[in-house]
Design a protein around this ligand. Structure first.
Ligand code: NAD
Length: 493
């Protein structure tokens, strides 16, 4: 085994070990071997990071001109573009996601910093019409304070950018907690941040487990805003933690996103969209289109096409540019998937391809593209988020029926529709209870497009113009414009 790469945490502009000197190892999902060692933060380390962020918040950062803050955001964007290859490589080793995707994403994420740099000086206050004489009342948008950003293991550069960029643009300071399943990329990112010369303590990056590290961070009395991405069960902990500090919380959670293919759809387009939606990133995407409804009249024929395509997907090393699907991130996830498939088959589900660990998986966590027909969309694979390449397929007859079925799930993050009929597309997209609907496409993101769900997929939006306001508070200021003294309160009326 080669020597482990060692990382430190980035607190108050310094690279530090945890106070206890405790560390943990992170595994490479391709071969199930440890490759790096990172500090394990305790409550003490969290306290140090939050206090550094608070000190920076009480310093110059919030009072810089917005354009000055924007310069740092642009400098971060530039660093990302220059170092996309390095970040992509580290993210691939740590997560198992394809290098061609992580590299492209690291480069594209720069756009988010540029976008929020541009918005930094565009958030305005108001002058209020008021029902009192001689009063001028204004609202201004002020920064909130210390933001805790909690990141899951997948798409870390993106899920950090959608929190960090608007938070910084509005004058907040941030403590980022990386995922214990893939902590390394954010430390590499920290090295790039350091190069921008941003004031010490403005951005702090720590590593540790949900409890105690995440718990201590999200309940810390100096944290005033929590931006969380992860699973719904963790989100419930976050809400309970925030009862301690009464922080403002936004939650980007999981999904079990439905996709409908109508008989009039362009089938080649639908096939490519469905493949991207469930087999892209080995299905480890919060918006994975994992519940597929096919209209009865095209069901058999279209399902065969999906199975053919799924069977041809090339599994392999995530660093190999010819690989189409890499390993899953963790053994735990692989076991959850296996259990759900078994239960579904026991309850009548028909496995059409995949379904078993790939023979490469005695080393890494490889699982093949899997298609399973479910008569009932409340079977385990068609109901639960699996975070893997598992497509559950169901039939439908009418538009009304498919809308009901698409909405019959506890999640509401994403959804997809394939049809050439614009009226139908408009009717169905309006009726679907989800934060995002893709029509004749899938799995796209942009800094300008708000992202987020409803129901068990959480609340709050990331990306887009509105989300920047979630990193401000409204402050109301009353001005008495009269030169006369105020009335004596005890002689009024
Ligand atoms: P997770 O919920 O297990 O962990 C997410 C983060 O929360 C980690 O950093 C973890 O350490 C931290 N955490 C755990 N317990 C905590 C606690 N008690 N207090 C504070 N923090 C705690 O999620 P994961 O397995 O890393 O990621 C997969 C999940 O994330 C899936 O459900 C996926 O759908 C979701 N996700 C959602 C989006 C979105 O934008 N909606 C994007 C990506 C992933």
């Amino acid at each position: 085994m080669s020597e482990l790469k060692k990382y430190k945490m980035f607190i108050d502009g310094e690279w530090v070990d945890s106070e206890s000197k405790k560390t943990f190892q992170t595994l490479n999902p391709e071969n199930n071997e440890p490759w790096a060692e990172v500090p394990e933060a305790s409550e003490k380390d969290v306290d140090k990071a939050v206090k550094a962020a608070q000190k920076a918040f009480e310093g110059t950062w919030p009072s810089l001109f917005p354009k000055e803050r924007a310069k740092y955001l642009k400098a971060i964007a530039e660093q990302l573009r220059k170092n996309a290859e390095l970040l992509g490589k580290i993210e691939t080793i740590d997560t198992g996601k394809l290098f061609k995707e992580t590299k492209t994403q690291a480069n594209y994420i720069a756009e988010y910093y540029d976008y929020y740099a541009g918005l930094a000086d565009k958030v305005e206050g108001t002058v209020l019409p008021i029902d009192k004489p001689d009063m001028q009342v204004i609202t201004t948008r002020v920064p909130i304070g210390v933001v805790a950003a909690i990141i899951p293991w997948n798409s870390q550069m993106l899920l950090t950018a959608v929190k960090l960029a608007p938070a910084l643009a509005m004058g907040n300071t941030v403590v980022i907690k990386s995922s214990e399943l893939a902590p390394a990329t954010l430390f590499e990112f920290g090295k790039l941040i350091e190069k921008t010369g941003i004031p010490k303590g403005t951005i702090n990056i720590i590593s540790g487990f949900g409890d105690p590290c995440g718990k201590a961070l999200t309940s810390h009395n100096l944290v005033e805003r929590v931006a969380f991405t992860g699973g719904p069960e963790t989100a419930r902990h976050i809400i309970r933690n925030s009862a301690e500090n009464l922080s403002q919380v936004s939650l980007e959670l999981g999904g079990k996103s439905p996709v409908a293919v109508f008989e009039d759809a362009d089938q080649e387009n639908a096939l490519n969209g469905i493949t991207a939606g469930i087999f892209g990133a080995s299905g480890q995407s919060c918006i994975a289109g994992s519940r597929l409804y096919i209209q009865n009249s095209i069901y058999d024929n279209f399902l065969e096409k999906i199975i053919n395509k799924a069977n041809k997907i090339k599994l392999g090393s995530p660093m190999d540019t010819n690989t189409q699907m890499g390993p899953l991130n963790s053994l735990k996830q692989l076991e959850v998937i296996e259990k759900n498939i078994k239960l579904t088959i026991d309850q009548g589900g028909k496995l059409r391809c995949g379904g078993k660990r790939h023979n490469m998986s005695n080393k890494g966590y490889y699982f093949p593209p899997t298609v399973i027909e479910c008569e009932n969309h409340n079977l385990p694979t068609s109901e639960n988020e699996l975070f893997g390449p598992i497509l559950s397929v169901m039939k439908f007859n009418t538009e009304e029926e498919v809308i009901d079925k698409m909405n019959d799930n506890k999640y509401g993050l994403s959804s997809g529709i394939y049809t050439k009929n614009i009226n139908k597309a408009l009717r169905v997209s309006k009726a679907i209870r989800a934060g995002i609907t893709f029509v004749n496409t899938y799995r796209l993101i942009s800094p300008t497009a708000p992202f987020g769900g409803i129901k068990d997929s959480g609340y709050g939006k990331e990306a887009g113009i509105e989300s920047i306001k979630d990193y401000t508070r409204i402050k109301t200021t009353w001005f008495n414009t009269s030169d006369k003294p105020m009335d004596d309160p005890f002689t009024m009326g």
